[in-house]
Ligand binder design. Structure first.
Ligand SMILES: *[C@@H]1O[C@H](CO)[C@@H](O)[C@H](O)[C@H]1NC(C)=O
Ligand SMILES: *[C@@H]1O[C@H](CO)[C@@H](O)[C@H](O)[C@H]1NC(C)=O
Ligand SMILES: *[C@@H]1O[C@H](CO)[C@@H](O)[C@H](O)[C@H]1NC(C)=O
Ligand SMILES: *[C@@H]1O[C@H](CO)[C@@H](O)[C@H](O)[C@H]1NC(C)=O
Ligand SMILES: *[C@@H]1O[C@H](CO)[C@@H](O)[C@H](O)[C@H]1NC(C)=O
Ligand SMILES: *[C@@H]1O[C@H](CO)[C@@H](O)[C@H](O)[C@H]1NC(C)=O
Ligand SMILES: *[C@@H]1O[C@H](CO)[C@@H](O)[C@H](O)[C@H]1NC(C)=O
Ligand SMILES: *[C@@H]1O[C@H](CO)[C@@H](O)[C@H](O)[C@H]1NC(C)=O
Ligand SMILES: *[C@@H]1O[C@H](CO)[C@@H](O)[C@H](O)[C@H]1NC(C)=O
Ligand SMILES: *[C@@H]1O[C@H](CO)[C@@H](O)[C@H](O)[C@H]1NC(C)=O
Ligand SMILES: *[C@@H]1O[C@H](CO)[C@@H](O)[C@H](O)[C@H]1NC(C)=O
Ligand SMILES: *[C@@H]1O[C@H](CO)[C@@H](O)[C@H](O)[C@H]1NC(C)=O
Length: 777
């Protein structure tokens, strides 16, 4: 009586204060493009108890990271997923999840899509679970095949920075009630509702809430709603208040949690409404199991589709036995398993007995933070022992239904194919194995990023009375031996399979494991092959990218003929390294050949390509031998430095090009002035320079603006060919100053002399001479 008075008193003096206060702020975090799950930025929030609504405020702005030719960043699309307990499991790229992955039927995921335009996005979550909340944010997924391969320096480099904060409105206006005792309270006129809470300790089998009011006078006048962990959302009416004198609900509770109960009038009334609230815990009752079961089942069989499911379940609660489990942790992150006490700890699985009379329940805990970044696996196998053989041979084919549920026990059921639950809003997954063939006796469920807290597994056998439909068994099955695996692994149970590698990533101070896929495979476990490049395509790409370098052969030969030996060497190197770089890079391990490490080849490829450009420009300028060798050495050193510094930056290409063009122009002007005529020759200006420059321009446009991942094999091969051809056009006809001028007629006569003995046909000879003349100009 004293307690009641005290509680009543407490309830009366508390004042309603539901104002929004900001309690959580995260500093700016950079968001990056989503290619795989590792690219998400993790944001962590902690919601306090008794929060009515959490208001999340996300703002993303673009920041210029380096001053470039271009200024100003365009807003980009941002995606955000927010969830209680653990990181959200998502597939923005639309990839398939691996088989038997439990992704739906989990705690709700809140999703927002917006722009990085500094407009705040507000996300309101009403009645949130208190505790850890995680958001995964990233720049929205776009198909990487359509992405441009942009040279650094051509576009502004921007960083999308996300600012986030969280405000909550917390209610203090909650009265604690003590289970088993009556709480007398009243609703004043005009008041919407009153909220109470009680704690459900571990081991509580069932909870009953009973609200009665004498004022109701044969019409329902009061409503009641309840929910675990958070104040019930306004409008929720799960209290079963149809009876005349109040509300009465019975449910399987989420243990070790506070439950919140809201009581209010069904209709606004001008009178004070007195009511009595009583919460009772129903303990596990093991007496007289078999008798009760027998009656229940007899009823069931008599009229299978016309029974009160709740009543049946009610009775079954009394036949559950809790199998105690031992946790075994391993040294790797997120790696642990649960076994029964008698199990062999080296084997990783354990056996339990499942019978009709005594249904098995297991309970295990997933820890906060340290356990949530892996994948929880539950596997079940119906062992084919003598008893099972006897059962399937003489009585029934059987099926065992297992429910894996979060926070509260679920009840295995067969019609509908579901695990019945009484508390809502928690994760659950259902697994069914049967004796129809050897493969179907094994089943598995995988729960990626499991929520922390208690998880339950419940098992129950059903019988096939005919071949298609299972129902409650009517004859004793004896003991069914079921082997179970309950374990957690990094990434996936098969460690990302053949086409992926498992890595642990850290973001926002939290570690999670995720697969990084190879060979174009995508998805959580690298199991989705829908975007794998076909072998033919790979082969075509490899061949195009390597063989297009053969176009450098004419350039090399021509350079030798014109006695540009240094240049010929550089062109030959370019051809060699480009060929082997692409041979190593293009075939995705299938059609690839790596002469050296890819990184070394890549350096050599970039280096020799830019050096080719440099020596060509120097060759085109008319500078003396000394100046030329200085220029060559300076170029060799400077380009090596630039390439090592940042080989993908456009400046590495642009600076030598500009310097080379400047030297070339200067030397031409000087030469023109001193010769008092056009230099180089009119012929060069007319026939060779314009097409050469045109080719270079087309090549640069392709290289800088048109390359995407999809067309890379074509555009980049074209770039090889265009550059090789441009050299042929641009390299001037003759070395100007080193050797004395050779009479052209003599020179052209030379091959004729050597070839006379070996060629019979003069037609061939003429053709060859024409070719020589073309190279010689
Ligand atoms: C959201 O955050 C932005 C910047 O952090 C702030 O300017 C804005 O006022 C906030 N909005 C609300 C509703 O709190
Ligand atoms: C979210 O909450 C804020 C503050 O109470 C309110 O201004 C806003 O309208 C709400 N937004 C939505 C979508 O409910
Ligand atoms: C609910 O409470 C009322 C009044 O205390 C009582 O008459 C009724 O039997 C209770 N119901 C149950 C199922 O305990
Ligand atoms: C257990 O159940 C039996 C049969 O339903 C009942 O008679 C008995 O009183 C119950 N025991 C407890 C402690 O509730
Ligand atoms: C089960 O109940 C039926 C009648 O409903 C009765 O005949 C039978 O003996 C009972 N079996 C057991 C094992 O109690
Ligand atoms: C299962 O039942 C068999 C036979 O009754 C017994 O030998 C075995 O110990 C039981 N196993 C467990 C895990 O209880
Ligand atoms: C096989 O099942 C029948 C029928 O339930 C039972 O009488 C018999 O004892 C069982 N035999 C074995 C070896 O379990
Ligand atoms: C169990 O299933 C198998 C294969 O479908 C069938 O041959 C057998 O007769 C069934 N057993 C019973 C008892 O129904
Ligand atoms: C609880 O069970 C009902 C079916 O009775 C189902 O519709 C609902 O999705 C389940 N809730 C959860 C969270 O699994
Ligand atoms: C037995 O299980 C397998 C695999 O889970 C399923 O394909 C098959 O339909 C089931 N058999 C029956 C009779 O339900
Ligand atoms: C998924 O479950 C089915 C049966 O439930 C099983 O046959 C299959 O091997 C499982 N797949 C994986 C990848 O675990
Ligand atoms: C199997 O049994 C159920 C229930 O008795 C019945 O509704 C169904 O038609 C039967 N199916 C077959 C194929 O006999």
């Amino acid at each position: 009586m004293a307690t009641q008075l005290l509680l009543f008193f407490l309830g009366a003096i508390t004042v309603s204060n539901a104002e929004v206060t900001k309690i959580w702020k995260l500093s700016s975090r950079e968001l990056i493009d989503y290619r795989a799950y590792r690219d998400v930025t993790v944001l962590h929030f902690r919601i306090p108890e008794q929060t009515l609504t959490a208001h999340f405020n996300f703002t993303v702005s673009e920041k210029l990271t380096s001053t470039q030719l271009f200024t100003g960043c365009k807003p980009r699309k941002v995606s955000l997923y927010l969830k209680y307990g653990s990181l959200p499991v998502i597939n923005p790229d639309g990839a398939k999840f691996p088989d038997n992955f439990s992704v739906s039927y989990r705690v709700p995921v809140y999703r927002a899509e917006f722009q990085s335009d500094e407009v705040p996005i507000l996300l309101n979550v009403s009645s949130p679970f208190p505790g850890d909340w995680f958001a995964a944010a990233f720049l929205s997924y776009t198909d990487p095949n359509n992405d441009q391969i942009l040279q650094q320096g051509l576009t502004p480099s921007c960083a999308a920075m996300m600012d986030s904060s969280m405000s909550v409105d917390i209610t203090e206006d909650i009265t604690v009630i003590i289970p088993g005792e009556d709480t007398v309270s009243h609703l004043d006129p005009g008041i919407e509702s009153k909220t109470f809470k009680f704690y459900v300790p571990s081991g509580t089998w069932k909870v009953r809430i009973n609200v009665t009011s004498e004022k109701c006078e044969n019409v329902p006048c009061i409503f009641m709603s309840f929910s675990p962990r958070a104040v019930p959302e306004p409008g929720l009416n799960n209290g079963n208040c149809d009876s005349d004198d109040g509300c009465e609900s019975e449910f399987i509770p989420a243990v070790e949690n506070w439950y919140y109960v809201t009581v209010g009038p069904q209709e606004a009334s001008s009178e004070v409404l007195d009511f009595n609230l009583k919460v009772s815990f129903l303990p596990y009752n093991s007496t007289d199991k078999w008798q009760l079961l027998n009656t229940t089942l007899s009823n069931l069989v008599n009229d299978r589709f016309d029974y009160d499911v709740a009543a049946v379940l009610d009775d079954f609660q009394n036949f559950w036995t809790l199998v105690p489990l031992v946790r075994q942790s391993f040294s790797a992150f997120f790696t642990f398993n649960f076994l029964s006490e008698q199990a062999d700890f080296n084997k990783g699985f354990f056996s339990i007995n499942v019978s009709m009379n005594e249904l098995a329940v297991m309970q295990f805990e997933v820890n906060y933070v340290s356990d949530i970044g892996g994948t929880l696996t539950f596997e079940m196998k119906l062992e084919d022992d003598d008893n099972l053989k006897n059962v399937t041979g003489n009585l029934y084919n059987v099926t065992v239904v297992a429910c894996l549920s979060y926070q509260a026990r679920a009840v295995p059921f067969f019609s509908p194919d579901t695990c019945l639950n009484f508390t809502g809003d928690f994760s659950e997954a259902r697994l069914q194995v049967n004796t129809s063939n050897d493969n179907s006796r094994i089943g598995s469920i995988h729960v990626p990023f499991p929520e922390p807290g208690y998880w339950f597994i419940t098992l129950k056998p059903f019988c096939y009375t005919n071949d298609s439909y299972p129902m409650e068994c009517t004859t004793d099955l004896g003991i069914l031996n079921v082997s179970l695996i309950i374990e957690s692994n990094m990434c996936t149970a098969d460690n990302c399979g053949r086409f992926g590698d498992c890595y642990n990533y850290m973001s926002g101070g939290f570690i999670f494991s995720t697969c990084v896929c190879r060979h174009g495979y995508i998805g959580w476990g690298c199991t989705d092959d829908s975007r794998v490049t076909s072998l033919v395509e790979l082969l075509v790409a490899a061949l195009l990218l390597t063989l297009s370098n053969m176009f450098f052969i004419p350039a090399v030969v021509m350079a030798i003929r014109r006695k540009y030996y240094t240049e010929a060497l550089v062109y030959a190197c370019t051809m060699f390294f480009s060929t082997f770089y692409h041979a190593c890079d293009a075939g995705e391990d299938i059609y690839s050949y790596c002469l050296m490490r890819l990184n070394v080849l890549q350096f050599c490829d970039f280096y020799s390509a830019i050096l080719s450009l440099w020596v060509t420009l120097i060759a085109m300028s008319d500078v003396g031998t000394t100046l030329k060798s200085i220029a060559h050495m300076a170029g060799a050193v400077g380009i090596a430095l630039g390439t090592e510094y940042n080989r993908t930056s456009l400046w590495v290409l642009v600076v030598p090009a500009l310097v080379g063009i400047a030297i070339m122009t200067q030397s031409w002007i000087w030469r023109c002035k001193s010769l008092r005529s056009c230099y180089p020759s009119v012929k060069y200006w007319k026939f060779y320079f314009p097409p050469g420059v045109l080719l270079v321009t087309v090549g640069l446009v392709c290289y800088s603006f048109l390359q995407t991942k999809q067309n890379y094999k074509f555009v980049h091969s074209a770039w090889h060919i265009i550059m090789a051809l441009a050299i042929i056009f641009l390299l001037p006809a003759r070395k100007q100053d080193s050797t004395p001028v050779i009479n052209t007629e003599d020179f052209i006569a030379l091959p004729t002399v050597t070839c006379v003995p070996c060629t019979r046909s003069s037609w061939k000879e003429n053709k060859f001479l024409k070719l020589i003349r073309f190279w010689e100009r």
